[in-house]
Design a protein around this ligand. Structure first.
Ligand code: SF4
Length: 463
């Protein structure tokens, strides 16, 4: 048979028809642009049991991932999923928040712009595999913490701020545009990125535009809302370290693990598997219960969640069922504040069992995990689960575990721990934060104030 297109490079994106090799076989991604039914998700899970190893991920961006496929079984999964006629996203990733169009608090509905950009970008080739455009209408659930090459953020019913690269907090602000100019401007930018090559990302474009002419669509005369020029201004990245964007504004970012009141008397509830991964049988049982309760639609969403849509009464029963079966059902669950990659044994780059470490951390360090930051537990310095800096990261290396403060997994560690001592080390750090915390101070701020030297002393038991 024809060999599958395997792309093992850093930055590769495991699509449905081009799965990526991982430690437990090929991984295929199913990206949806609309809701599906509980029965459809249960069917995907049955396909994961038939063709894969029965493990299903919900990624931080809200994509389904089927693990443990072989070169023989992956094409069958592809064909069987396509036969389901699901609302699959093909081509460029143009993402909107999961409650878009149903959320009364939204400044603007981002879906028409997202669809127009997706359509117009159909023939652009040569973009980076992980190229992502985010269109955020600024409702209750935001995509601010997800990386995006091009990000549009509603600032008025018909006005959009355009940012390049990074998270919303760390991005370069390019300009403010009238809605009528947005699609052409974004398509211009995507074409420029394609010309720069398939490794070029939004930040490269920011540097490119900083020394080149502004695009015609972004001049102050064309939009009437321009900041005066197309010059690139950067937000101070230090503002984001250890805190979500909303934290810097003094409030905790909304979590999907909650109950949401939507327009037209609809409701949604967020439920998720621990660390974004579940056995297919467990998801099938959850979907069965949802269907039994009359819930007709769901959507995989940000932060490894599943948003179910229906009535409030059904949700209370579904939440009880999910909680009793080990799912995350509340933002107060410390597991929802840990970003852990698949780790060992699922990924052959991993040197630590990330989920075991993360589960122990959630059980033993709940006081540290107050929602002010994501504890990053990563099997190797690639840091798949949390590409952004974190207030605290634990990273597997060849012969030990490194600890990083205010940085990415590959950044300079402040201390090391033996594999066996990892959770005890974390407990010592949690104790230090517990004893040092000032009234009203959250863990992220406390970790930042304590600083690397004192964290290192605590990690190694010298304090
Ligand atoms: S970060 Fe985790 S999942 Fe990604 S390559 Fe490393 S060990 Fe594997």
């Amino acid at each position: 048979m024809t060999a599958l297109p395997l792309d093992l490079q850093r930055g590769a994106c495991p699509a449905l028809s081009a799965p990526m090799m991982t430690g437990d076989g090929l991984l295929a991604r199913i990206s949806l642009i609309e809701t599906i039914s509980p029965e459809q998700l249960a069917h995907i899970c049955r396909l994961a049991l038939t063709h894969g190893n029965g493990m299903v991920d919900i990624s931080a961006r809200g994509n389904l991932q089927v693990r443990g496929l072989s070169e023989t079984s992956a094409p069958h999964l592809d064909a069987d999923v396509r036969a389901m006629n699901l609302p699959l996203r093909e081509g460029l990733a143009v993402e909107v928040p999961p409650l878009a169009g149903m959320d009364d608090s939204e400044i603007a509905d981002p879906r028409p712009l997202a669809e127009a950009i997706r359509d117009a970008a159909r023939n652009i080739t040569g973009l980076a595999p992980k190229m992502a455009v985010v269109v955020d209408g600024v409702g209750v659930l935001r995509l601010s913490d997800l990386l995006a090459d091009i990000r549009l953020v509603a600032i008025g019913k018909h006005d959009w701020k355009l940012l390049l690269g990074g998270t919303e907090q760390s991005a370069y602000v390019f300009n403010v545009l009238r809605e009528t100019l947005v699609v052409d401007t974004v398509i211009d930018m995507l074409k420029r990125l394609a010309i720069l090559g398939n490794k070029a990302r939004g930040r490269d474009l920011a540097s490119d535009l900083a020394v080149n002419e502004p695009t015609p669509h972004t001049s102050s005369s064309s939009s009437g809302l321009s900041r005066g020029s197309a010059s690139v201004a950067t937000v101070d990245p230090s503002q984001m370290l250890g805190t979500s964007p909303s934290m810097t504004a003094g409030k905790v970012a909304a979590s999907p693990f909650d109950l949401f009141r939507l327009s037209n008397h609809r409701h949604a509830v967020g439920i998720g598997p621990a660390f974004g991964q579940a056995k297919a049988e467990h998801l099938i049982a959850l979907c069965g219960e949802a269907a039994r309760l009359g819930i007709r639609s769901l959507k995989p969403a940000l932060d490894h969640s599943l948003l179910f849509f229906g009535t409030e009464i059904a949700f209370r029963a579904l939440r009880d069922f999910a909680h009793d079966n080990g799912f995350i059902t509340s933002v107060t669950d410390p597991r929802s504040h840990i970003a852990a990659c698949s780790g060992s044994p699922a990924c052959n780059s991993a040197t630590i069992a990330t989920h075991e470490i993360a589960a122990a951390a959630a059980a033993e360090c709940a006081d540290l995990l107050d929602g002010s930051f994501k504890l990053h537990v990563t099997g190797c310095p690639k840091g798949c689960a949390h590409p952004q800096p974190a207030a605290l990261a634990i990273c597997g290396t060849a012969d030990r575990v490194s600890l990083i403060a205010q940085g990415k997994a590959a950044d300079q560690p402040f201390a090391f721990s033996s594999f066996a001592d990892t959770n005890a080390t974390l407990r010592r750090l949690a104790d230090l934060v517990g004893s040092e915390r000032r009234p009203g101070e959250n863990s992220a701020a406390c970790l930042a104030r304590i600083g690397s030297d004192r964290l290192a002393a605590a990690a190694t038991g010298r304090s």
